[in-house]
Design a protein around this ligand. Structure first.
Ligand code: ADP
Length: 312
C-alpha cells in the first residue's frame, strides 16, 4: 500500500492560518501578513561578535542541548559563527534560512557528524544533558544512539524491514531476547505509523517500500533505540504532499517523547510542526523564539525579509 489516501493525512491539523495571501504584489509565505515591527535592528554588519547579536530568547528552562559560542570551520571557511541556542525537551525546534546559511552544519554538530567531514573543525560548547559532547572522551556510538538522525533522502539499509528496525537494538545490545526484540520492532513501527502497512511483510526488503514508507521506516529505526533527540535534515524534501503530511503528523506525535530538531526549507512546515524556530543567515543565528511569534512578529529585518519572501 502506498501513502495516498491514508486517513492520518486527512485528519491533520488545518493550516488555514498559514495560507499565503497576496500582499502588495508579492506572496507572503507562511501566513503571515507581516507588518514592520518598528523594533528591527539594522541588517548591516554581519561581522561583529555574535551570540549577544541573536535576537530572541536562545535559552530555555528545560534544555536537552545547550550550545554556546559554536563555530564551525571547513578548512579556511568559517561556516558557522558564535551560535548560542538551547534545544528544549519534548519540543520541536525548526531551523530555517537560505541555502548555505549553516542549518545542516549546525544540525551535524549535535551528534558530531561533522567529525566525518574532512577538514571540518568545531569549537565552543555543546552540552547534552549538561555534558559537553565535544570532548575526546565522548563515546560517539553512544552519542549517536542518544541523538538519532533522519536524512533528507530515505536511506533504509539493504535489509529486511524487521532487520532495519532491529539494527540499533542489536548493535547497542538493548534487548535481551528475541521476544524483546520483536516487541521493540513492533512498537517502533507502530509509533512510526507503519505497522499496519508492513506487519505481514516484515521479512521483505525495506527498500521495496514507497518513499514515504521508507522515511517512516527510517524514523522507526531511529526511535528503536530510544534516543533523547531526533535530528531531521529536510526529512520531507523527497516526499509527495501526502507522505509529507504523514511525516508531519508523526513529528507531532513523537515530540511527546523526544526533542526534535528539524531543518526545513518550507516555512509552512516549520510553522506547522515546531514550537520554536531559529532563523540562520550567512552562518549566524539571527533570531530564535516561539514559532508563532517569529512568524507573526519577527524582530530582525533579515528574518522578516526571509519569511516574507524578499530573499531566499
Ligand atoms: P544549509 O544547510 O543552510 O544549506 P550548510 O550547512 O550545508 O548550509 O552549509 C553552510 C556553508 O558551509 C556553505 O557555505 C557550504 O558551502 C559550506 N559547507 C558545507 N559543507 C561543507 C563541506 N563539507 N566542505 C566545505 N564547505 C562546506
Amino acid at each position: 500500500m502506498n501513502d495516498v489516501g491514508n486517513q492520518t493525512a486527512q485528519t491533520r491539523r488545518p493550516v488555514d492560518a498559514l495560507q499565503a495571501p497576496e500582499t502588495a504584489g508579492r506572496r507572503v509565505e507562511a501566513g503571515l501578513n507581516l507588518k514592520p515591527s518598528g523594533r528591527v535592528p539594522s541588517a548591516a554588519s554581519l561581522d561583529h561578535k555574535s551570540g549577544d547579536r541573536t535576537v530572541g530568547q536562545y535559552a530555555v528552562d528545560d534544555a536537552v542541548f545547550s550550545c554556546r559560542d559554536v563555530n564551525v570551520f571547513y578548512g579556511a571557511k568559517h561556516a558557522l559563527r558564535n551560535v548560542n541556542i538551547d534545544v528544549g525537551r519534548k519540543q520541536v525546534l525548526a531551523m530555517i534560512g537560505p541555502s548555505g546559511c549553516g542549518k545542516s552544519t549546525f544540525l551535524r554538530c549535535l551528534n558530531r557528524m561533522n567529525d566525518t567531514v574532512p577538514g571540518a573543525r568545531v569549537t565552543g560548547s555543546i552540552k547534552l544533558d549538561g555534558n559537553d559532547i565535544q570532548g575526546p572522551g565522548t563515546d560517539l556510538v553512544r552519542l549517536r544512539a542518544r541523538v538519532g538522525m533522519v536524512f533528507q533522502k530515505p536511506n533504509p539499509f539493504p535489509k529486511s524491514i524487521y532487520d532495519n528496525v532491529a539494527y540499533g537494538p542489536r548493535i547497542h545490545g538493548t534487548t535481551r531476547s528475541r521476544a524483546d526484540l520483536d516487541e521493540v520492532v513492533c512498537s517502533s513501527l507502530q509509533r512510526a505509523g507503519l505497522w499496519d502497512e508492513v506487519k505481514d511483510r516484515l521479512n521483505r526488503p525495506g527498500t521495496g517500500l514507497s518513499g514515504g514508507q521508507q522515511q517512516r521506516l527510517c524514523i522507526a529505526r531511529a526511535i528503536a533505540i530510544q534516543p533523547e533527540v531526533i535530528l531531521m535534515d529536510e526529512p520531507c524534501s523527497a516526499l509527495d504532499p501526502i507522505a509529507t503530511a504523514r511525516v508531519e503528523d508523526l513529528i507531532e506525535d513523537l515530540r511527546e517523547s523526544f526533542a526534535i530538531v528539524i531543518v526545513t526549507h518550507s516555512m509552512q512546515q516549520a510553522a506547522r510542526v515546531s514550537q520554536r524556530t531559529a532563523y540562520f543567515h550567512m552562518g549566524e543565528l539571527i533570531e530564535v523564539g516561539e514559532t508563532d511569534r517569529v512568524f507573526t512578529n519577527p524582530r530582525h529585518r533579515l528574518t522578516e525579509d526571509y519569511i516574507t519572501g524578499r530573499f531566499g
